[in-house]
Design a binder for this molecule. Structure first.
Ligand SMILES: [Fe+2]
Length: 200
């Protein structure tokens, strides 16, 4: 499928905030016990969200605080249709992005987007996460294979990323085919994904 993605980098959001993390697991793999949230293993154990906060409401207007204290960069990523990013390779194998110097904080501001994540360091390495405007920002730590697909109407995501020293946009967005990474292929083939449903 043709990729229809537009990057509008460096749209900085300046908001002061309180943030909270939320763990949302609605279906766990069989034969494994439910994980208990451990704030000290934040980037090692599971998928996490950075929730927004409603700080003001007037008639027909809601003010959301979407600050991410860790963020030092913001990208706006627009899918104009049912795009898959990155798209499959030429023979149909799934491709993924993996960042070495960036954590993603992907927040849907319009539409719906499904993320597929694989992280070999997580207790459950394979996750599928559906996001909408209520979900908060999905945190994708560096060294996590990830790809996303929009619904038919497309979607808009703001990525309030944390970039580390050495970040180079030319190196961080090189699609990697599962066909070329045996360990990744093995996870996709044999692991049952943890499914995360839409936020409330
Ligand atoms: Fe990313």
């Amino acid at each position: 499928m043709k990729e229809t993605v537009t990057y509008l980098p460096n749209l900085m959001l300046v908001l002061e905030s309180e943030n909270e993390n939320r763990l949302l697991i609605t279906r766990k793999p069989q034969k494994k016990s439910r994980q208990k949230f451990d704030p000290y293993s934040f980037f090692m154990s599971d998928v996490q969200f950075k929730k927004h906060r409603v700080f003001r409401e007037t008639e027909d207007v809601i003010f959301y605080d979407i600050s991410v204290d860790e963020s030092n960069s913001s990208d706006l990523v627009v899918h104009t249709g049912a795009a898959i990013s990155p798209p499959n390779d030429l023979v149909g194998a799934k491709q993924f992005y993996i960042h070495g110097c960036q954590d993603d904080y992907n927040r849907v501001v319009s539409g719906e987007r499904q993320f597929e994540l694989v992280n070999f360091d997580w207790k459950y390495p394979y996750h599928i996460v559906r996001l909408n405007v209520h979900s908060g920002a999905l945190i994708i730590p560096k060294n996590t294979y990830h790809r996303s697909q929009s619904g038919e109407e497309g979607s808009i995501v703001i990525n309030q990323a944390k970039r580390y020293e050495g970040f180079d946009s030319k190196l961080e967005f090189i699609p990697v085919s599962a066909a070329e990474v045996p360990e990744l292929y093995k996870v996709l083939l044999h692991e049952k994904p943890v499914i995360h449903t839409l936020g409330e």
